[in-house]
Design a protein around this ligand. Structure first.
Ligand code: SF4
Ligand code: SF4
Length: 300
């Protein structure tokens, strides 16, 4: 039975492809973008999240832990990740719901069952299911089985990818995908490496190959103030996309709704928090990209 690790299934999504969609988030990502608002997506396995504001310092988690992984210091339970075996006993015992496991092993059948709950909305809105992450192609066998099942049931599918994956995997999965949401972030490779953890050659090369064989690609460009919203990067992005005969690009304005998650996961948010881009800036970017014969859409 094919299984995968899912960290969220979000129903009634309206920004992850056409119509009303169910977005299935697969865990694990080869990138670690500074602005990532889903840090719980990055590691491929399960992990624990701690809600400090809910904790009542009762110590029950520490007492039950079979690995002695939790020490109470100044009333705060500190978990040593190296010792934790993710047994989940502390979660069951916590009276304040301050501990939560992120990531759930699911079978293809159980995911499809969830997806099918909203069939009526897909039919009414020309929607479907979007596989996102993390990097959904990182669990390629699981993703392929999900796509096969959706194809059989005539459910429209979209795959939201960073493009940072081997061409062999992308080529194999591509015929089963109705729409690619392909993320493009920074054209300069060194700058890309600095802010995402990887260089961009594979991403650009894959988009070239994919777009030469398929036309069902919508490029998504996250607008991160001070990181990738400069004229040069926008122009180079426009030039590159128009050379590939890509016709649509969606601008995804930066937001910081998810930054509290970093603290709960015991990680550091590297980006200095800035305000989301102004409407003026977005229309300026849109204007530059339009000159490359690109249809520019905000969000979606
Ligand atoms: S999940 Fe299990 S091993 Fe990990 S901290 Fe909780 S009780 Fe301890
Ligand atoms: S069991 Fe829950 S409320 Fe009690 S100390 Fe642990 S995390 Fe805090």
């Amino acid at each position: 039975m094919t299984t995968g690790i899912i960290f969220n299934i979000q129903r009634y999504s309206i920004h992850d492809g056409p119509g009303i969609r169910t977005t299935v988030f697969l865990k694990g990502c080869p990138l670690s973008c500074w602005w990532c608002q889903n840090p719980e997506s990055q590691l491929s396995g399960q992990e624990m999240i701690f809600w400090g504001d809910r904790c009542i310092s009762c110590g029950a988690c520490s007492a039950i832990c079979p690995s002695s992984a939790i020490q109470i210091k100044n009333g705060i339970p500190i978990t040593e990740k190296e010792k934790c075996i993710l047994c989940g006993k502390c979660i069951e015992k916590c009276p304040a719901l301050a501990r939560e496991m992120i990531g759930k092993k699911m079978t293809v059948e159980s995911v499809i069952k969830e997806i099918e709950k909203d069939l009526v909305f897909y039919e009414e809105s020309d929607g479907g299911v979007t596989f996102s992450g993390g990097e959904p192609l990182g669990q390629s066998e699981f993703l392929e089985s999900l796509l096969n099942a959706c194809q059989e049931k005539k459910i429209h599918t979209a795959v939201d990818t960073s493009g940072y994956i081997s061409w062999e995997i992308l080529e194999k999965v591509a015929p089963k995908v109705n729409l690619f949401l392909y993320d493009l972030k920074i054209m300069d490779s060194e700058r890309h490496r600095k802010y995402t953890g990887v260089s961009n050659e594979i991403i650009l090369e894959n988009l070239k190959k994919l777009s030469s064989a398929y036309h069902n690609i919508s490029v998504r460009f996250p607008v991160i103030p001070g990181i990738n919203d400069d004229d040069q990067n926008i122009r180079e992005t426009g030039e590159f996309l128009s050379s590939l005969k890509i016709t649509q690009v969606n601008l995804l304005p930066y937001h910081y709704i998810g930054i509290d998650k970093y603290k709960r996961l015991g990680r550091t948010y590297k980006l200095v928090i800035t305000q989301p881009p102004s409407e003026e800036k977005l229309s300026e970017i849109s204007g530059i990209l339009s000159k490359f014969n690109l249809k520019v859409k905000l969000r979606g």
